[in-house]
Design a protein around this ligand. Structure first.
Ligand code: EPZ
Length: 424
């Protein structure tokens, strides 16, 4: 087991480069299952636990996968299995992304139900609804989703999602690539990760139109061809790094990320009194003397992302006044709050709303990670806490941040990664 030992109270300044996007890389990896020949090269793939897990899943299915210097080489011409096992799906919910492509290419997919998650229920009913609408029979047998095409091919159809879902949009897209005729997906997610998936599928020969809109149109094709493709940068990592500057009163420049994808959060930083300067591919945040309280509501893109909710709460512990954070996507995504309060924060939770009383002097102690963004939040709090903060179980952090302590230390932080034994 590993922990991060953080010496707090240091101001962070400087420039740091964002890694490739985790939440874009995972569906790109799933989409390679649609290509039955040749080798696919995916560039700007971050070196993360989730990428390793998804690679293991592709190899389990019969793919050849190699990873070198942030480039993945994948060949899925010899896929010999259509079952995603419980042990891998349990480690990473995004494994559900293989459902659509396996069903589209092989007419059958067997994917373990993902099970629970640290921040409440994460249903997959919309994924299954989309498969059924496209002409598959879907049953649950012994904890597995068994999806089988009725007839010899999925058929184009109109899919109306009652809730905007990134994952269900991605799965429906990939399932529809070979479907007979035209599929329309209404209330589709418009996250940059979905736009990137559409661009990659079209680069391989798919025919997807109205990309970036909530009404996607997919005209079925017969097959896809191997292609080389470069992933987008990780917008959540970029915003987390900028937050490290704001919470320590420093000035940070993040390169690589597209400012247009960060607009909702950059606007909120400005409301706190931070100065934001953007240029092509770079964003600079300059901190004010005192952060102003700023309320946020987490919603689907292009509004404030739920994946920044925990980090924002950490920041608001240092703002002047009482702030309110509501998460409309995950109503129970607040496991980080009891840990922040152990550092000396004063935060109350009521339903899906957190009330943060600031500014509060935080004092370092041991805190426990519970999920990916909660662990990032605790690292940010440790940067500003007086004394030493130990963030335990950072395997959660390693799922989605590529060597974050190295990036933060390059900006002036004092963070050490230490192995430790947990009491039995
Ligand atoms: C993706 O998860 C991201 N994960 C999450 O990031 C992110 O928090 C989430 O989108 C929202 O932006 C990846 O991309 C790998 P959803 P996903 O389906 O696709 C409800 C991180 O920290 N819903 O868009 O699982 C659901 O309960 C992770 O990097 C249904 O009701 O999220 C939620 O309220 C955490 N039925 C809302 O939709 C379904 O079948 C949005 O979820 C599916 C979802």
């Amino acid at each position: 087991m590993e922990k991060l030992v953080i010496q707090g109270g240091r101001q962070l300044n400087g420039t740091v480069k964002t890694s490739g996007s985790k939440n874009s890389a995972l569906p790109l990896m799933a989409a390679t299952l649609l290509c039955n020949s040749g080798e696919i090269k995916l560039h700007r793939i971050p070196d993360l636990k989730d990428i390793q897990t998804f690679s293991k899943l592709l190899v389990y299915l019969g793919a050849e996968v190699s990873y070198q210097a942030n480039t993945l080489n994948i060949s899925t011409s010899n896929i010999r299995c259509v079952q995603a096992p419980y042990e891998l799906v349990k480690q990473m919910r995004a494994s559900i992304y293989v459902l659509g492509p396996l069903l589209a290419r092989f007419g059958h997919a067997s994917v373990s139900l993902p099970g629970g998650c640290a921040f409440g229920p994460r249903p997959i009913d919309l994924h299954l609804m989309a498969m059924e609408k496209l002409g598959a029979s879907v049953t649950i047998e012994k904890g597995f989703i068994e999806a089988k095409v009725k007839g010899n091919r999925l058929r184009g159809v109109q899919i109306d999602f009652p809730v905007t879902s990134v994952g269900a949009t991605g799965n429906a897209l990939m399932a529809a690539v070979f479907a007979e005729g035209i599929t329309t997906i209404n209330n589709a997610a418009v996250e940059p990760e979905i736009v990137t998936l559409c661009c990659f599928l079209n680069a391989m020969g798919a025919n997807i139109r109205k990309i970036g809109t909530p009404s996607l149109e997919i005209e079925g094709v017969d097959n896809l061809n191997a292609s080389e493709f470069t992933n987008i940068f990780d917008r959540i990592e970029a915003l987390t790094l900028l937050t490290a500057g704001a919470i320590t009163g420093g000035s940070i420049t993040v390169t690589g990320a597209d400012p247009a994808q960060l607009a909702a959060v950059l606007g909120k930083f400005e409301q706190t009194g931070c100065r934001i300067i953007t240029d092509t591919g770079s964003i600079t945040l300059e901190s004010p003397d005192m952060l102003l309280r700023t309320d946020v509501i987490a919603n689907p893109y292009p509004l404030f992302p739920t994946d920044m909710q925990a980090q924002w709460i950490a920041l608001m512990t240092q703002a002047e006044g009482v702030s309110h954070v509501i998460d409309k996507i995950y109503h129970e995504r607040f496991n980080h709050i009891p840990e922040l309060n152990r550092l000396g924060a004063h935060i109350e939770i009521r339903d899906n709303e957190a009330t943060i009383h600031g500014p509060r002097k935080l004092t370092g102690t041991k805190v426990m990670s519970t999920d990916l963004r909660a662990s990032a939040c605790l690292v940010l709090a440790g940067l500003v806490a007086q004394g030493v903060t130990e963030v335990l179980r950072i395997y959660h952090l390693d799922r989605g941040y590529e060597r974050i302590e190295k990036k933060l230390n390059s900006l002036g932080a004092a963070i050490e990664r230490v192995s430790y034994q947990e009491f039995v």
